[in-house]
Design a protein around this ligand. Structure first.
Ligand code: MOS
Length: 703
């Protein structure tokens, strides 16, 4: 028996800057990503995607390919194992049929997986996959997303109803001193995580083992168990290091194809998506067409607010980009209408991506607020302050905290907003027109039930096991600080292990709810362990382990409107001769709960803001209505912000500890992008006097 001490540290770790606990491993290459982990007898699968947009696979000429060097198998709808798709998956949604690969001959969109070629090496698999001849019966398709569509319908999105309505919109608009009526569009956007999707599957002693890159191993394990009708306990998914996800790394075609091939060949099979394949298999953000109507009295108090959002989905899966949801939280009015609608087209299935709903929704709503402020002759921050709601505009619930005015106040002070000449087009430096803009941000926060285990080891260290995912956010490090505080020991005595479905159920890295949900469970287990240690005489060789489950505690949370808030500021320069927009500086001030690790939190906020620059100025996937496929489905054709596009970007926060959370956390994962594109668009108007309601703000649109 050894003894261990806790309670030896007075200064909390939470709130102090801490470099990533796995940072050294990441920069030295010691940290292995999913496709880098070696396996003996590893075979490689290469997906073959349809070249037509709608129709049927009439035949797959697999014979010649099976004779090619190293080829082990060709899986397609004619020979693949059957899977079960009749189950309810994440968030109560049915699974996206794109993951049920090779089950039938139908092709519902360009880039639909039609075969998997498996070979001894990745190169052999690729060569054979490119040589595989697939014959199709082609049908006509419709991929055109326009402003209106006769087949559009209303449907509830993730986390909200399709329509909310109160008051008489037309009457309040008629009674308004100033009315704004504008249409905004955002294009199809793709996640583009730096690390492509990659999975290795193998059977080991009757268990299915999957080494993957995902946002939640329990999510992937549960879906694979359902698809293959397996006992969930016999599926083990690991995902230790993840190079970004942005909503795209759940269960996708590659894991399912790898499991099928590993089953047939009885050896480990790895399937990696190419960057190009990610553009049709990883999900994406639907384009949106949004209409905003605002009516206000002469003092700027909103009398009418209407926000409607049309997005698209595939013919096989219903996913809604609920852009109108943000108006349900931000502003109230006697007449308040929001509506999300969707149209089914012959396109790949969209999914959650970087603040789904809020990112495009805030572009429209926060641009519209800026336009209304201009019409009223009221400062845009003052207009927002005058319209701060006392309770949730649609829910009627009290806010857990809503420190948006504090964000604007402190942000305006630091940004130098008071010195701004509100007139557009009056600041010029040589060939550059200069402007500044602002916008509000919000994102839903919450907690989901999770389990954790904390162990006091015989050597005086502590091991925390929680099925969290660190997709680059720094979650592993944040949880180390949280555990150290709950145990009252220094951080270097705490080892947090994550990304393993055997650790038990926990929230995924999604919905900005990961760290809050996990920290809750970690705190519960660690605090109880500390109490247990205080009463014990020593630690047996196997250690002392305490487990937690937050299901009851999370379920008992009071009903409140729970959101993080923020104020975005941007300064841009617009080249009058080329139409090029350069962001010169950005500032984001956030009220997003207690900040666990200022170092990585700042990175998350600024990372989101940089994605906002990307959304405002660069990102746009263009679908060819004739072929139904994308132009330039790669990082040469699809532009994301690069170093040269990123100037001084600063983020900071105001005190905003959540009173209902054991650690005070709210959630910071997605809010950084919200409002960022609107702040930039509003700055472009201020620079030039021209409104840009269609993203991205390309040079040819500015000129
Ligand atoms: Mo996020 S779009 O909830 O991964």
């Amino acid at each position: 028996m050894t003894t261990t001490t806790t309670g030896i540290r007075a200064v909390p770790a939470v709130g102090t800057a801490h470099t990533r606990v796995e940072g050294r491993d990441k920069v030295t290459g010691a940290a292995r990503y999913a496709a880098e982990i070696p396996f003996t007898e590893l075979a490689h699968g290469w997906l073959v995607l349809s070249t037509v947009t709608r129709g049927r696979v009439s035949s797959v000429e697999d014979g010649p390919v099976l004779d090619m060097p190293g080829v082990l198998a060709v899986l397609h709808h004619g020979n693949a194992p059957r899977v079960d798709t009749d189950y309810v998956g994440m968030l109560g949604m049915p699974p996206d049929p794109t993951i049920a690969v090779f089950q039938h001959d139908r092709v519902p969109h360009a880039g639909w997986p039609v075969a998997l070629v498996v070979a001894e090496t990745s190169e052999q698999a690729r060569e054979a996959a490119e040589a595989l001849v697939v014959h199709y019966e082609e049908e006509t398709h419709d991929v055109t997303f326009a402003g209106e569509h006769p087949d559009a319908y209303s449907v509830p999105g993730p986390g909200g109803p399709a329509v909310t309505e109160k008051g008489d919109l037309e009457a309040e608009l008629a009674a308004s001193a100033v009315v704004l009526d504008a249409e905004y569009t955002t294009p199809e956007e793709h996640h583009n995580s730096m690390e492509p999707h990659a999975a290795t599957a193998l059977w080991d002693g009757g268990r299915l083992e999957v080494v993957d890159s995902n946002q939640g191993t329990i999510w992937v394990a549960a879906e694979l168990a359902s698809l293959f009708s397996l006992d969930p306990a016999s599926v083990h998914v690991r995902s230790e290091h993840v190079g970004g996800g942005f909503g795209s790394k759940g269960v996708r075609a590659h894991q399912v194809a790898a499991v099928m091939a590993a089953t047939i060949l009885s050896r480990p099979v790895r399937v990696v998506m190419t960057r190009r394949q990610m553009f049709s298999l990883a999900g994406y953000r639907s384009p949106t067409t949004q209409r905003v109507r605002l009516g206000a009295d002469a003092e700027g108090r909103l009398l009418a607010l209407e926000h409607s959002c049309l997005s698209l989905t595939s013919t096989v899966h219903e996913f809604i980009e609920s852009g109108a949801g943000v108006a349900r939280v931000m502003y109230d009015a006697p007449a308040h209408h929001t509506a999300n609608r969707v149209v089914r087209l012959d396109v790949p299935s969209p999914t959650f991506m970087r603040a789904p709903g809020e990112a495009p929704g805030s572009f429209a709503l926060e641009s519209a607020l800026d336009e209304l402020a201009e019409k009223l002759g009221i400062d845009p921050i003052e207009l927002r302050t005058r319209n701060e709601p006392a309770v949730g505009p649609v829910s009627g619930l009290p806010f857990s905290t809503r420190n948006l005015p504090a964000c604007f106040e402190e942000g305006a002070r630091r940004f130098g907003w008071a010195d701004r000449d509100p007139r557009p087009g009056v600041r010029r430096e040589g060939r550059w027109l200069i402007g500044t803009g602002t916008a509000a941000a919000s994102f839903f926060v919450g907690a989901m039930p999770s389990t954790a285990a904390a162990t006091a080891e015989a050597d005086g260290t502590f091991t925390v096991r929680i099925n969290a995912a660190d997709i680059g956010t720094g979650a592993r490090t944040a949880l180390t600080l949280v555990a150290a505080d709950a145990l009252e020991v220094p951080t270097d005595r705490v080892h947090v292990r994550i990304g393993d479905s055997d650790f038990g159920p926990a929230m995924i890295a999604g919905g900005s709810m990961g760290t809050r949900s996990w920290a809750w469970a970690v705190t519960a287990a660690a605090a109880e362990l500390r109490e247990r240690l205080a009463l014990s005489d020593g630690i047996p060789p196997e250690g002392i382990t305490v487990r937690s489950d937050t299901t009851a505690a999370v379920g008992a949370l009071a009903q409140k409107e729970r959101h993080s808030f923020g104020a975005q500021f941007a300064e841009v320069a617009v080249d009058v001769s080329t139409g090029e927009v350069r962001v010169r500086r950005m500032l984001g001030m956030f009220a997003a709960g207690r900040i666990i690790n200022p170092l990585t939190a700042r990175g998350q906020f600024t990372g989101g803001m940089i994605w906002g620059i990307s959304m405002a100025l660069h990102e746009e996937a263009v679908r060819d209505r004739n072929t139904g496929a994308l132009y330039g489905a790669d990082l040469a054709g699809y532009h994301v912000a690069s170093n040269a596009d990123v100037p001084l970007v600063e983020a900071d926060w105001v005190d905003d500890s959540d009173p209902d959370d054991p650690v005070g956390i709210k959630g910071i994962g997605e809010i950084g992008i919200v409002g960022a594109a609107a702040a930039i668009a509003n700055a472009v108007w201020h620079a030039t006097g021209v409104r840009h309601r269609n993203l991205p703000i390309r040079p040819d649109r500015v000129i």
